[in-house]
Design a binder for this molecule. Structure first.
Ligand code: E4P
Length: 217
């Protein structure tokens, strides 16, 4: 399973990259705003800065909601850097744009996916990644992980190449459960990745090993 970090914070992206397990980055307009990145030129520059830190795919989201504008914006984003993946919302014009980008060699991430029907459409339109938002489904008492399992089942039935990018991951158990189900990618905060590290028996075991070493040296 690929690990993406879901942030526009350069320090956190660097930290995850230095850990050596990072495969890419996802951003969205809210995450950019959270870092105070505003204005078209600053936003475009920030995407390039992110690409220069990581080796993998970097999702950059279009703001347009009309087909022609989406295409124009997506092409501009894709030209920024070879690592850019154009993030397109799951709306009618978005599906048309996914198909256009797919036919024209531009990689895409279909975002704001909350149902298997939407995921099926995204795959049919040739999306590179589909992003079901599991945390936001959990927030409204709907099983987000079940959606990942249903999409996995349907994509495997037809050998769709679209990769399932489990998004809106909130914690470490989401990461583990997504891995069990067979999501191709997960994107979450740095804490969801670092949480995989921790176990009290590791800490107490290391403490004892180091104490015993000191006794003999
Ligand atoms: C995915 O690409 C989205 O940016 C993200 O995962 C949304 O997460 P949230 O529901 O925690 O805002």
């Amino acid at each position: 399973m690929k690990f993406f970090i879901d942030t526009a914070n350069l320090d956190q992206i660097k930290e995850a990259q230095e850990l050596g397990v990072l495969d890419g980055v996802t951003t969205n307009p809210s995450l950019m705003a959270k870092e105070g990145i505003t204005g078209r030129n600053n936003i475009l520059k920030h995407y390039v800065d992110i690409c220069n830190i990581v080796e993998g795919d970097v999702s950059a989201e279009v703001i347009a909601t009309e087909f022609k504008e989406m295409v124009k914006e997506g092409e501009e984003l894709a030209e920024l850097h070879e690592q850019i993946v154009v993030k397109v919302p799951m709306i009618k014009d978005g599906v048309k744009a996914l198909k256009y980008f797919s036919d024209n060699g531009i990689r895409t991430n279909c975002t704001l996916v909350f149902s298997v029907g939407q995921a099926l459409l995204a795959a049919k339109a040739g999306a590179t990644y589909v992003s079901p938002f599991i945390g936001r489904l959990d927030d409204i008492s709907t099983d987000g992980l079940n959606l990942i399992a249903e999409i996995r089942h349907i994509y495997d039935n037809y050998a769709f190449e679209t990769q399932i990018l489990a998004a809106s991951v909130r914690h470490t158990m989401h990461v583990i459960d997504c891995a069990k189900i067979g999501a191709d990618v997960m994107t979450g905060p740095l804490s969801s990745i670092e949480g995989l590290l921790r176990h009290p028996l590791t800490d107490s075991g290391l403490e004892k090993f180091l104490a015993d070493y000191k006794k003999g040296n």
